[in-house]
Structure formats: C-alpha cells, structure tokens
Design a binder for this molecule. Structure first.
Ligand code: NIG
Length: 412
C-alpha cells in the first residue's frame, strides 16, 4: 500500500473531452487499485511526496505496429531527399519492405524486439498499448505474430491488446494478380478472422484503405466478417490520398478510424453522427512528410471523440516517444494540453473499447504516472523531453527514472 501526497491530480472525464486538475491531492493505492482520493492516509502506507507534480492515469496508446523486424532508415533518407511515401510504396517499398525480415526472423527475435519497444513506451508513461499484426501478410505469419503478442503477458510491461491487421498491405506474392488478390481477401475473411475470434487472439480487426492497399469494397467484406465474429473494426483511411475513408468508417460502424489527414467536412460530420473515435497520429504526418495534419480542431468542434497515439512503426513513425507525440499534438494538430492529455488517455481507452482505463477513480486500476512537471502544458512545450518520473501498472512500480529529478524540474 502506498499514498501519493501533494499531487497535482489530473482526472480525464470518463465520457467527454476534458480533464479535471486538482492541486494538493492525496491518492491511496492498495492491492493494485485506487483505494481513495483525498481520504485519510492509513498508518502503514508508504508515503510518496509528489511535491506538487502531476499524477495522472497511465497513457493508453491505441495505435501501434510495434511488432516487426528490420528498419527502413534508407526509405527515411529517401523521403528526406524528396521521394514521397506513396511513391516508395508504389515502387515496392513501404510496408512490404518490412514483411520479409519480419517473416524470416525467429519468433524469439520478434518477441524480444517488441518487448524492448514496449519497455521504451512504458518509460514514456504508456501502461496499455494496442499492437497490430500486419507485417506477416500470410496466414502462418499473421497467426504467429498474434500468438507471440498474446504470449507477451508481462506485468513489467504495458498491457498489450493485439489487433489482426492482415489487410495492412497486399502480400508481396499477390503482385498485380486480381485472382490472387481476391483469394487473399477470402483467406482473411473465411480463415483468419474466424480463427482469431475463436481463439481470442485479438479483439479487433484493422484494414488499411488506400490506393496502395485495400479498396472500400474489400474493407466492407472484412468488416462484415469482423461483425459476424464479434470483433471490433478499426480502419486506416485518408492518409495518403483523399478516399472518403471517414465516410466509410461511419458507414461500417467502425469503433475507431486512424490518420484522417485528408478527411473533409463530410467525413468529419459522418464520424460525429456515428460516434466513431478518430485516432490522431501526428508523428506519421510529419515523418511521412504529408502536406497537412488531420483536421483535429474540426473533429473536436464537431464532437468526434479523439485519441492520440504514437503509431510506432518502422516506416511512418519510427519512435516510441510520447513526448514527441504530445509536442506534435500541439504544433501540428492544434490541440490544447488538456485535449492532448484526454486523447492520450481516455480517448485511447474509448478507441479500444476498454471501460476502466484512462481514468483515476476510486476502485479503479492503479495505472498511474508521476511526471516531473507541475502542469500539462509543460509536457508538450518542452519538446521531445521525457518527463516521466515513475510509472505504476496496477499498483506495481514498473518504471522509475530518479535521474529525471535532476534532469528537469518542470522548468525549461
Ligand atoms: O499507420 N498506413 C499504414 N500503416 C502505418 C505505416 C506502416 C509502415 O510504413 O510500415 C501507418 O502509418
């Protein structure tokens, strides 16, 4: 049992954008749960003095591709020199460039590399993380990735929620063969989705709808299978080209839809009417050198719930940095510190359909972060610097960065 005293407590609202900030708060944690807020401190509780610093729920990173092998630094340099992400993908690079090293690597290496990335996310304050398959692109390798993700059940890492993304790119074997393409989509629909649902290997299915990936009609087939087998639907849309993807997400009743860089007013209105969560990935917008960020302000004004995620992947978001993501949420998306924080916690939980995370409530799980800063603005403003001091997952101290006290005390 422990008590955090003199905390500046940040409590995201459970069901609407916004946070409540309470200075001088006391939090008692017992048995992995929040026992009380501003109640008496039991005599046997270990007291931790937050000294006015922020105490918040753990971050919920609702969109990552954290399981892969190899890197794409060569493509990164080519993009810096002016070749677009779309051009690289059309020339056989992009996602499929990560498929052969990921398929080839031994399972132990896939797991080891993923765990290292999860550890880095944890030290940035992430206590729950969604991880997609999608660099296997064959039945055996997609299955293997999901089995490996399910096996990463490590109390010292963030909680992992796996997603089936066999429709991330077309398998390299398909080439331009229309029959092979249709056969692969049927494999996803008839084989992978039912098996993954029956074995509970993932809670949702994701599809990349894009000129270089899957069509709206293919997404409709996969969505129908997901619905039939009780899996939630996520989509990647409107990232590289404007494809009316937000309208498609609303039509299909997607739980969450990511990217939206090229979504227009009709797409925003459709999402608002449907209640689909918009997952914002500003790191990818910057790293892929896209011309504009997702219309975050318009989404907020329309009442669309928003989530903010790292999108950790070897192509468009080669970083675990939550600090960089917060910075880009401000300067790229135009979100306030409070909106950013809500989107990175409760918004992420809503995107994943998990009711009890992204909150600080009595009786709720003690996924908590003590930050070495006294106000939310500092987390975005002090660009790219990790301000995490301590992370608890269900009451267990899982990351501790005592040097952060010396490193930065919340002033620049
Ligand atoms: O969300 N757009 C599709 N998937 C990733 C990119 C993955 C990759 O380039 O390897 C994204 O940006």
């Amino acid at each position: 049992m422990f008590a955090l005293v003199d905390a500046t407590l940040v409590r995201p609202h459970p069901d609407r954008l916004g946070v409540e900030v309470t200075p001088g708060a006391t939090l008692v944690v017992e048995g992995g749960r929040i026992a009380s807020i501003d109640g008496p401190i039991p005599a046997d509780a270990e007291c931790i003095d937050a000294a006015g610093r922020l105490v918040t729920p753990g971050l919920v990173d609702a969109h990552t591709h954290a399981m892969f092998l190899g890197d794409r630094a060569v493509e990164f340099c080519r993009r810096a020199a002016g070749t677009s992400y779309l051009e690289l993908a059309q020339a056989g690079g992009g996602i499929v460039a990560t498929v052969s090293p990921t398929r080839a690597g031994p399972s132990s290496e896939r797991v080891d590399r993923t765990k290292r990335r999860l550890r880095r996310l944890l030290s940035g304050g992430v206590t729950t993380v969604e991880v997609k398959s999608g660099y296997g692109l064959s039945s055996p390798s997609e299955r293997a990735m999901l089995e490996e993700l399910a096996a990463i059940d490590d109390a010292d890492l963030p909680r992992v929620l796996p997603t089936l993304m066999a429709a991330h790119a077309l398998p390299p074997e398909v080439g331009g063969d229309a029959g092979a393409r249709a056969a692969w989509v049927r494999t996803v629909v008839d084989e992978l989705v039912p098996e993954v649902a029956a074995r509970r290997l993932a809670g949702r299915v994701d599809v990349f709808v894009e000129q270089t990936a899957y069509t709206a009609d293919e997404a409709r087939l996969i969505a129908a299978a997901a619905r039939q087998h009780g899996l939630a639907l996520h989509l990647h849309v409107d990232q590289l080209t404007a494809g009316k993807g937000a309208e498609l997400a609303a039509e299909l009743g997607a739980q969450a839809v990511a990217h939206l860089e090229r979504t227009g007013a009709e797409g925003v209105a459709a999402l608002a009417a449907r209640g689909t969560v918009a997952v914002l990935l500003p790191t990818a917008t910057l790293a892929a050198r896209e011309p504009g960020y997702a219309p975050a302000r318009k989404l907020v004004e329309a009442g669309v719930p928003i989530a903010l995620a790292t999108n950790l992947n070897p192509g468009t978001a080669p970083t675990e940095s939550t600090a960089l993501t917060f910075f880009l949420a401000a300067v790229g998306l135009g979100l306030t510190p409070e909106e950013t924080f809500w989107a990175a916690t409760r918004g992420g939980a809503m995107a994943l359909g998990i009711v009890d995370r992204g909150l600080v409530v009595p009786g709720g799980p003690a996924d908590l972060v003590l930050w070495n800063a006294q106000d939310l603005a500092h987390l975005a403003y002090h660009a790219g610097v990790n301000h995490v001091r301590t992370v608890w997952r269900e009451g267990r101290r899982v990351a501790d960065r005592p040097w952060a006290d010396e490193d930065c005390d919340g002033a620049l």
